[in-house]
Design a protein around this ligand. Structure first.
Ligand code: 3HC
Length: 303
């Protein structure tokens, strides 16, 4: 692991403070990773206090787990916890050399977040986006310094998955790119440099597979058996189990973006969209394990 092909021969930006904007599922996990690996002050910023409280639980819970397992001293865990500021205010992000956004996957929202951050950040601070599918070039296009924007796409669960996709937009500078590679190295991830195309590499491949799996129940194979078959093939999770892990909304969103980009290659499976809208806990409800087939068969209609 720790591949670095494509890293420019340019000094990365030194990071003395990092920030996460959007402290939800991915933001909290990425924050926890940066906190433990970069060992610099971390600012977790969100618009919603409840989301910040949940992020604190995720970050501190992971540190506590490491202490219990003897992987971290109690003193170090205390220090790391005290190194995080949870904030509702962009002003607290000022002074960060690296900001990773993990807000909603809506282009206009991402653009506004970056525009607001540009007002408070130093000129050379790097803005990284954890987007799954959206264009890095477009996200940067309205900024005074679009060269500071780079894609840094982590995978769920962030602490465990060894890959990070690094995306170079049209304007991305060598320094921003080099900083992204440096973050990958210090967080002990394998970095793959990707073109700025919908779904980059992983989601472009993964969602062809997910779409094919989504159609399988329609041909009469219960989805639980699709999962079992795929797991027996050696993958760590079945596709429906994976939907439960990444979340119904994220799954539906990626499927929609890929369909819009390549309608001839990616079906817009109506079940993905409907499941996300109805707020059904999912085929896998993590608090209960597998949801009985009968409970969802009406939504996942077998032709
Ligand atoms: N959050 C945090 N840590 C988790 C976790 C979670 N949801 N699930 C498991 N872990 C940790 C465990 O604590 C354990 O850590 P430890 O070694 O320190 O004890 C370690 O992972 C291994 O866990 P388990 O032994 O319990 O379970 P498995 O061996 O079955 O592995 C898994 C769990 C790593 C989640 C594995 O099933 C897997 O790799 N699944 C595929 C995940 C995947 O493909 N993710 C990518 C999703 S796509 C994406 O994120 C992109 C987006 O843009 C859509």
């Amino acid at each position: 692991v720790r591949r670095q092909p494509g890293k420019p021969d340019v000094q990365p930006r030194g990071v003395t403070q990092a920030a996460i904007v959007g402290a939800g599922l991915m933001g909290a996990q990425i924050g926890g990773l940066l906190l433990q690996r970069l060992e610099v002050p971390l600012v977790m910023k969100d618009l919603d206090q409840d989301v910040l409280d949940q992020a604190r639980q995720t970050i501190e819970g992971d540190l506590d787990k490491r202490v219990q397992r003897g992987r971290l001293s109690a003193g170090k865990a205390r220090f790391l916890k005290s190194n995080v500021t949870y904030s509702l205010d962009d002003a607290d992000v000022a002074g960060s050399d690296l900001v990773v956004e993990a807000v909603a996957e809506v282009m206009d929202v991402k653009k506004k977040v970056f525009a607001d951050l540009e007002r408070v950040l130093d000129e050379g601070a790097v803005l990284a986006s954890n987007t799954s599918t959206l264009s890095i070039s477009e996200m940067a296009s309205d900024l005074t310094h679009p060269e500071r924007v780079v894609g840094l796409h982590f995978f769920n669960p962030v602490q465990v998955m060894p890959l990070v996709e690094i995306i170079r937009g049209e304007s991305t500078s060598d320094e921003a790119l080099s900083t992204a590679f440096e973050i990958a190295k210090r967080t002990r991830k394998s970095a793959v440099l990707c073109g700025d195309a919908p779904g980059f590499v992983v989601n472009r491949v993964l969602f062809r597979f997910m779409g094919a799996c989504a159609r399988a129940p329609r041909t009469g194979t219960p989805f639980t058996e699709v999962d079992d078959a795929i797991k027996a093939l050696g993958l760590p999770m079945g596709p429906f189990e994976l939907i439960g892990l990444v979340g119904l909304e994220v799954n539906a969103h990626v499927a929609r973006v890929m369909h819009e980009a390549f309608p001839d290659r990616f079906d817009l499976d109506p079940n993905f969209q409907e499941l996300a809208q109805t707020g059904l806990p999912g085929i896998y409800d993590w608090s209960r394990g597998r949801v009985p087939y009968d409970e969802v068969v009406e939504r996942w209609q077998v032709d």
